[in-house]
Design a protein around this ligand. Structure first.
Ligand code: PLP
Length: 300
């Protein structure tokens, strides 16, 4: 899996008693670098986890081809990629299975919760059973576990909230894309010379969950992002979020053997990058205010 990630992708691997292996990202999509993935594969590798970071798409064809050659499944963590498409196919539908998040910050939310998707009916039944105390849905006995499971059910109330939003799903995704495009336009109009925004492989379309900008040439030693975040919060009351720190720099994974940390994109991009505010009701004037406030602080 990629070093650039939210810890939620790595924690289940640890809970299973397995070991996550963190590889570098590509500089423009911030998703798994297929070359690094292939180099990291050993006979103990069980799966490749492809996270579509901030809605950007992974190089799925290359990853699926590597998985096929090594006979290991590719799993898609599409938690951040509702509405993203890879060569016309929905993110989450390309690997052995996909997962989505409906956390409060996501494009569609049920407060907390998520969704598992697969076209493998056996796997589907198995996951359903595990999510419901190990009970099989075709069992004719009540209160009868077939295996030891978990309780990962969504309540009807949460599902109702989610279903209502799914009815206007395309409107919600369209608005997220508009906001990302507006940022790109407004930075350009304001002549702010940034290094890059969210990007995906050709013929892919992002769901634009999290508009993100790389403000300057990536550098592991920069403090630009920290300064901009602090100043925007203190001076302008703008809620700027940090780009994910590499997981190998966080306490749970600090012992991972990374010899080339400072040279990794996963280390060089976060210090110069920020997540931009992007709530659905954001107005054009508010986007302009954010861009103007950043420009003024970059000129210092
Ligand atoms: C990449 C990624 N994976 C997994 C998750 C976990 O989702 P949840 O918080 O719904 O459990 C998140 C949540 O933000 C995420 O961003």
């Amino acid at each position: 899996m990629a070093d650039t990630n939210w810890v939620a992708t790595a924690a289940p691997i640890v809970h299973l008693g397995a070991k996550p292996v963190f590889v570098d990202i590509l500089p423009r999509t911030w998703c798994l670098d297929p070359v690094s993935v292939e180099e990291a594969i050993t006979d103990r590798t069980k799966a490749i986890i492809a996270v579509h970071l901030y809605g950007n798409l992974c190089e799925m064809n290359q990853l699926l081809e590597i998985g096929k050659r090594h006979q290991i499944p590719v799993i898609e963590d599409a938690a951040e990629a509702l509405g993203s498409t890879y060569l016309g196919k929905s993110a989450g539908s390309l690997g052995a299975f996909g997962v989505f998040s409906f956390h409060g910050s996501k494009t569609v939310t049920t407060g907390e919760g998520g969704m598992f998707v697969t076209d493998d009916s056996e796997l589907y039944e198995s996951v359903l059973r595990l999510s419901n105390h190990g009970r099989s849905r075709d069992s004719n006995r009540m209160f009868w576990p077939d295996v030891i499971g978990f309780k990962y059910k969504m309540s009807n109330l949460q599902a109702a909230v989610g279903c209502a939003q799914m009815q206007r799903f395309s409107t919600l995704v369209k608005r997220k894309r508009q906001i990302l495009n507006l940022y790109v336009e407004e930075f350009s109009k304001a002549k702010v010379n940034v290094w890059g925004f969210n990007s995906s492989p050709p013929d892919c379309e992002t769901g634009a969950w999290m508009p993100t900008v790389v403000l300057s040439e990536p550098s592991a030693n920069s403090n630009l992002s920290t300064r901009i975040q602090r100043e925007l919060r203190d001076d302008c009351d703008i809620d700027i979020r940090p780009f994910f720190a590499p997981l190998t720099s966080t306490p749970p994974f600090a012992k991972s053997q990374i010899s080339d940390a400072q040279g990794r994109w996963a280390y060089k991009i976060p210090p110069v990058s920020i997540n931009l505010p992007s709530f659905h009701d954001m107005s054009t004037d508010q986007v302009r205010f954010v861009v103007r406030s950043i420009r003024e602080r970059l000129e210092i």
